[in-house]
Design a protein around this ligand. Structure first.
Ligand code: HPA
Length: 278
């Protein structure tokens, strides 16, 4: 089913054009309750959206206002490990960009690799390693997308400065780090975690990078926050489970929710500091 059918369906159902796309990862869905004036459409009603199969992912698009910002919340996402093609994983991003979205705020659950990272910590994504070896941009150039997008600032430096300052003001711990994206769905072996650490990864997860690559090709500005739900295999010495990931994600989502309430309005253009003021 072509993306044009998703876009025309969403145009008929939505009366507002979202500015910011907010993707909520595993266990982080409770933030959707904060959206005012919300129109909620479950993914299975949207033509062209692939079916979502993961427990803990509600699978709905919620469009409305969050802290004064027009947002489109993707509560639950599509993962490569579900069997979705890379282009399908990124389809919601492309559809929302066609409706006018300019910024992307992505969240995810991740395993902490860097020593000292503990379940419940928040990591600001400074960069990523695409170890899925998949790319949603393969194929014909879609619409106005860049054929060869620059990836030298995948997570906008100004957004990151504002995020760090905001977290500091609120007394919320936020450290920058590199997110390694892997295919999953099995968690990593101890040897794989040692390899990822040597490659420079601070955290590992199974999502986010396809959406970010498409956002870059579309010229969107991106902010990414990982919720460390567990210590990566072998570092912690305990077995990993999806239930633990969901439970810790749900626990940490109150910090994330508090951060986003202040941060989201600060990254819309009318509120960005001028060069002289920053
Ligand atoms: N590895 C990969 N993906 C994850 C993890 C992990 O340890 N935790 C949450 N998502």
């Amino acid at each position: 089913m072509p993306i044009t059918s998703s876009i025309s369906f969403l145009r008929t159902r939505l009366s507002r054009a979202p500015r910011t796309v907010l993707v909520l990862g595993s266990g982080l869905g409770s933030i959707e309750a904060e959206i005012q004036d919300a129109v909620r459409i479950s993914y299975d009603q949207i033509p062209g959206f692939p079916p979502s199969t993961v427990a803990g992912h509600a699978g709905a698009l919620i469009v409305g206002i969050h802290s004064g910002v027009e947002v489109a919340v993707l509560s639950g996402r599509f993962h490569l490990y579900e069997g979705a093609a890379p282009g399908d994983v990124a389809l919601p991003m492309r559809a929302l960009a066609a409706l006018g979205a300019k910024d992307l705020v992505v969240t995810n659950a991740a395993g902490g690799i860097r020593p000292g990272m503990a379940p419940g910590d928040l990591m600001l994504m400074a960069d990523h390693l695409n170890l899925t070896f998949r790319n949603p941009l393969i194929g014909g150039v879609a619409g106005t997308e860049d054929r060869f997008p620059d990836m030298s600032d995948p997570y906008d430096a100004e957004f990151r400065r504002i995020a760090l300052r905001t977290a500091d003001e609120l007394g919320i711990g936020l450290v920058q780090g590199v997110y390694a994206a892997v295919l999953g769905p099995s968690y990593e072996t101890p040897a794989e975690i040692r390899m990822l650490a040597r490659m420079g990864a601070d955290a590992v997860g199974m999502s986010t990078v396809p959406e970010v690559m498409v956002a870059q090709a579309l010229g969107m500005r991106v902010l990414g926050i990982s919720c460390i739900t567990n210590v990566a295999a072998s570092v912690g010495g305990t077995k990993l489970s999806h239930d633990e990931v969901l439970a810790v994600g749900a626990g940490a989502s109150s910090h994330l929710a508090r951060l986003l309430r202040v941060l989201l309005p600060r990254i819309v253009p009318s509120n960005l500091p001028t060069e002289a003021a920053s």
